[in-house]
Design a protein around this ligand. Structure first.
Ligand code: ADP
Ligand code: MG
Length: 598
């Protein structure tokens, strides 16, 4: 007797449902996508008990007649494609004809629909794949689909559902994605009879973002737009100050479809390289428009992944668009000290799960730790700083909204804890991390010089020798060109021994031997995983770090002046090469507010 049987239709749908319908939020997504494909202008989503008891989606779209309404729940039933050629260039969100059949196979479903211009509406009821009733009824134009008690006949799957709050979180996420993609729609989300979001079509995208996330995020976004060959990119880029610990706040849309794509994510990461610490992720909203023929959506059941036919081009276009904007913007860190009102808003935000990472917390913490040691005594900045307090600074003005240390103007500065420089600025003051800033200045200078030729070096009076292993010797051998470009001269000095004969002048602050040893380690560590350009960048990063002024190093007036002047001339001076801020600004306005002067 043969063991193999063909599964019946209902079983097939249930299995298919496993792919598309993972949880209530998947139902919300599929139903909203159907409403959009039906040209709705208004969508109301309503859920009860995190969508476990009920999910209902109502739209004012084109509707279905009785015949289509019955057919819509058949598997592989769709009005969106007819022939294989339609698969190339899909412009609708759906096309697989599986969603309604899948949903109806795992829940109690009631659909009511009325076509534009028709006199009456029709309904159909399906209970876990079995038709339970159908007929005419009265209703408005459009479609309402209600899904009750999802997975109630599948205890194993129902058990996997999380708390109502968690499920609602997933529903909200899908709602948010669609709300961002389609700012032209009126959209409402209700839960247990309470309105959570009511978004109006006439809202701007920024207003929508403020409602869906927070006004802090909405206000900090920078806008950029580019029109390439066939590809248009519009993006809202978050400043480093609102970065996150995950990529959750990266919303990428391709022709109105939310997607996750590794090429796009990589381009975003690259664009922010040097503006953010490696373990932080920017908040970004990227909207890509390109011909439907240039990618394939038929690669994943939930259509969240796509295949770009020219992924490298997409990568480079996004990278260029974002990078250009970020480089042209002064990403200075501005401090907003917590006020009472602010603190409550903050608490509300974190309760919603959007924990704000305001620099103010960090500053408050900093000042708590670094309270003046003599608590009774007033800290006399003038005395502590000695003659540094009144110095003429000749900084050069640059274009762009940098911190302007006005040329030929009496400016005050002090060095505190031999690590930070507090300097007066036009509209307030800045606190500079001397190491981070010098690191950025050196890094930019190294980049600039190395583009033109190899680094200028100086012969060491006495060559410094060091021992090395076979592997280390190989690594040096393999990177001979890089080492030469750096202006380091190495020569064999007996068996398993090398000597440093010359060292770059720009890195004079670093100890040659120490530097070369670390360089060898870096080459071995990263030499095989990074491409030549990335490796070189890492080396320059390390060089800048090693040669930069250290924290704890007392600086002379002229050194501080030099640092402040270099800051004005240096690109990206607001961040160190690792993406940490180099300076934090306190504006006069903020100080006045804090001292209740305004
Ligand atoms: P797909 O969206 O992939 O075509 P679905 O199972 O989601 O498959 O829907 C099947 C069909 O039902 C759609 O092609 C569409 O013709 C119709 N339909 C579904 N939802 C709606 C709606 N809200 N308004 C009008 N027609 C709809
Ligand atoms: Mg669909």
């Amino acid at each position: 007797m043969g063991q193999i049987v063909t599964l019946d239709r209902n079983m097939i749908n249930m299995i298919a449902a496993g792919e598309v319908i993972e949880r209530p939020a998947s139902v919300v997504k599929e139903l909203m996508e159907n409403s959009i494909d039906a040209d709705a202008t208004r969508i109301i989503v309503s859920a009860e008990d995190g969508g476990r008891r009920l999910i209902s989606v109502t739209d004012d779209g084109c509707g279905m007649d009785a015949e289509d309404l019955a057919r819509a729940f058949d598997s592989h039933a769709t009005s969106k494609i007819k022939t294989t050629s339609d698969l190339r260039g899909i412009s609708t969100l759906g096309f697989r004809g599986e969603a309604l059949a899948s949903i109806a196979s795992v829940a109690q479903v009631k659909a009511v629909s009325r076509m534009k211009g028709s006199h009456g509406a029709n309904f159909i009821e399906i209970d876990c794949g079995d038709k339970a009733g159908a007929g005419p009824c009265s209703a408005d134009y459009g479609t309402t689909i209600q899904v009750r008690d999802i997975f109630y006949k599948l205890p194993a799957r129902r058990k996997f559902l999380k708390t109502a709050n968690t499920e609602l979180g997933h529903i909200t996420e899908h709602f948010t994605r669609i709300a961002l993609a389609r700012g032209d729609l009126d959209m409402t989300l209700m839960h247990n009879g309470k309105e959570l979001y009511r978004l109006l079509a006439r809202q701007s995208l920024r207003e929508r973002i403020a409602e869906l996330f927070s006004s802090e995020i909405a206000e900090s976004l920078m806008e950029t737009e580019t029109n390439g060959k066939g590809t248009d990119i519009f993006a809202l880029l978050g400043t480093p100050g609102i970065s996150r610990t995950s990529t959750k706040f990266q919303y990428v849309f391709l022709n109105g479809r939310f997607i996750r794509d590794k090429f796009v994510s990589h381009a975003i990461k690259e664009a922010y390289r040097g503006s953010l610490e490696p373990d932080r992720f920017p908040v970004v909203f990227v909207f890509i428009q390109m011909p439907y023929e240039d990618y394939d959506v038929n690669v994943h059941p939930t259509k969240i992944e796509v295949r770009f036919f020219n992924a490298n081009l997409v990568h480079s276009e996004i990278l260029a668009a974002l990078r250009e904007k970020l480089l042209a913007t002064n990403l200075e860190t501005r401090v907003k000290l917590p006020s009472e009102a602010h603190a409550t808003a903050e608490a509300k935000l974190s309760a919603q799960g959007y924990k704000s990472q305001n620099i103010a917390d960090a500053m408050a913490e900093f000042f708590k730790k670094h309270r003046p040691i003599q608590t009774q005594q007033q800290l006399d900045f003038r005395k502590a700083a000695g003659p540094k307090t009144s110095v003429r600074i000749t900084g050069r003005k640059t274009h762009g909204p940098q911190y302007h240390i006005k040329p030929q103007v009496q400016r005050e500065f002090i060095q505190i804890h031999d690590s930070f420089i507090v300097a007066e600025a036009d509209d307030g003051f800045i606190i500079i991390d001397q190491h981070a800033l010098h690191e950025r200045i050196l890094y930019e200078e190294l980049q600039k010089r190395i583009k033109v030729s190899k680094l200028e070096s100086q012969k060491l009076l006495i060559p410094e020798s060091f021992e090395l292993t076979e592997g280390q010797a190989d690594a040096l051998q393999a990177n001979a060109a890089l080492i030469e470009k750096l202006g380091i001269e190495l020569e064999p000095f007996g068996p398993r021994t090398m000597a440093v004969h010359a060292f770059p002048t720009l890195l004079a602050n670093a100890a040659p031997l120490d530097f070369v040893r670390d360089l060898v380690d870096l080459l071995i560590d990263k030499g095989t995983t990074l491409d030549a350009e990335q490796l070189f960048d890492e080396v320059l990063n390390m060089a800048a770090c090693k040669a930069a002024i250290k924290a704890g190093q007392r600086l002379s007036d002229s050194e501080i002046q030099q640092l402040l002047a270099d800051k004005e001339k240096t690109e990206c001076s607001s961040r160190c090469p690792h993406g940490r801020p180099t300076a934090i600004k306190f504006s006069t306005a903020e100080l006045e507010k804090q001292f209740k002067r305004t």
